[in-house]
Design a protein. Structure first.
Length: 446
């Protein structure tokens, strides 16, 4: 979960409202002070914090809740809306033919982010080409080439060429007919004159529709001046903020960029190439406040879940047939959606209730169960009830686990099977599932 400390502090403030018998001036002022403290600790600009919390306090004390909403719910809604305001408006990079110029200083994650963006656009149906235009960092070409292989996107570059403009011209010919061309450019330790000149020359040659600044979230409030300087140099169309997975200064970077007027397109929330999220302030703040992000969860599930396989498992559940093999497939689908901690953050009220250690233990348990099931025969996976003492011992030896671990898995399977049976015994739930499966060719009697 991004900005863990800020999120926890804000959730604690909201709990005071949610648990209060009534909302009065004293409570509002107390909560406002808590929010001020949380934002300042997250490195958000003092002036912006005071301005935001002043507006929040005035609205909370003067606005009347709409019909059907309690005063507590209304104040929480105001907090949510005011927080959304301070992180700025998003910008979408659409899946359409375009040239994209990536700029930024050294150490900001520009080359990796170029690969992440290429993967995202490739996944959305675009034919993408990557250009290794950093002619000063020796390992830049090799790094981008390795990323290109991982995401199945071609990379053009010449490690012997020291003229970035020449590489850009050759790349335009090389990738003629491609939908999207992403140019990774040289960085510097600071905004030096020769860097600005090189970027301007490349920008003129490329004539990119999107000029994206890549910034490390640890930059904090200094992200604002950097964004402004690059914007004056090349006319930025957006910003990608990297390493936002827990940095204390992330709030400062977000708000500082928002103040410059440069819209944030994506945020990097991890080291893996899939750890790039389109920045949507409402979803971001919703997760920060522990309200979940079911929309993102559904989108992530749709990317990794095999619909036919999921439907087949549902049909088996409906007919009362659910084996260890089905349980294994469910676990594989869950694993494909990413770490449990990220998934839990998308569920309303869940992320902050499950501790870090509990998450890790659950993740380890799931991995151990998969190893155990890999040691089972087809017959055992299809007939869990036939797994008696001698089979338990053999499976434990084959998987390098203990008989106790095997029995724990069988117990979990039995609990899951009974829970599903109980759910299907509920006529209302059964009818809902039947409605979802209507037209699939599967029929089951009431």
């Amino acid at each position: 979960m991004v900005l863990d400390n800020l999120g926890q502090s804000l959730r604690d403030a909201i709990k005071k409202i949610a648990n209060a018998s009534h909302v009065d001036q004293k409570l509002v002022k107390e909560v406002v002070k808590d929010i001020q403290r949380a934002l300042l600790q997250a490195d958000v600009n003092v002036k912006l914090v005071l301005q935001m919390t002043k507006e929040l306090e005035e609205r909370a004390l003067s606005e009347k809740p709409p019909a059907g909403m309690s005063s507590r719910e209304h104040v929480i809604k105001i907090i949510y809306e005011e927080l959304v305001k301070i992180v700025g408006k998003p910008k979408e990079i659409p899946a359409k033919p375009q040239r994209i110029l990536m700029v930024g200083l050294y150490g900001q994650g520009k080359t990796t982010t170029s690969g992440k963006l290429a993967k995202d656009l490739h996944k959305r149906g675009m034919k993408v080409g990557l250009v290794a235009g950093d002619v000063h960092r020796p390992a830049a070409y090799e790094q981008l080439s390795q990323i290109g292989k991982k995401i199945n996107v071609p990379v053009f570059g010449d490690p012997k060429e020291k003229d970035a403009v020449k590489i850009a011209r050759k790349a335009l010919k090389e990738f003629d007919g491609y939908d999207v061309i992403i140019f990774d450019t040289s960085g510097r330790h600071s905004l030096e004159d020769d860097l600005i000149k090189e970027i301007k020359d490349v920008a003129k040659t490329v004539d990119a529709e999107n000029k994206i600044l890549v910034l490390d979230a640890q930059t904090g409030q200094q992200a604002g001046p950097q964004a402004k300087a690059f914007h004056e140099a090349v006319g930025l169309t957006g910003v990608i903020l990297t390493k936002l997975d827990g940095t204390a200064k992330g709030g400062g970077a977000l708000s500082a960029i928002a103040e410059t007027g440069a819209p944030i397109c994506y945020i990097g929330v991890g080291e893996h190439l899939e750890d790039l999220e389109r920045f949507e302030p409402d979803r971001f703040i919703s997760r920060l406040l522990g309200m979940g992000d079911l929309k993102s969860l559904i989108e992530k599930a749709s990317e990794v879940v095999d619909e036919d396989k999921a439907e087949e498992i549902t049909k088996k559940m409906m007919s009362g047939k659910f084996t260890l093999k089905d349980m294994y497939e469910q676990m594989e689908m869950l694993q494909g959606m990413g770490p449990l901690k990220k998934l839990a953050a998308m569920l309303p009220g869940v992320g902050d209730k499950i501790g870090e250690q509990d998450m890790e233990k659950t993740q380890e348990r799931l991995a151990r169960w998969r190893v155990i099931m890999d040691s089972m025969t087809e017959f055992e996976l299809d007939n869990p009830k036939e797994i008696k003492s001698s089979r338990v011992s053999r499976i434990a030896r084959g998987s390098g686990t203990s008989p106790r671990d095997v029995r724990e898995l069988l117990k979990q399977y039995d609990m899951s099977r009974k829970a599903m049976k109980g759910m299907l015994g509920n006529r209302k739930m059964r009818r809902q599932l039947m409605k979802q499966l209507k037209g699939s060719g599967f029929e089951a009697g009431e």
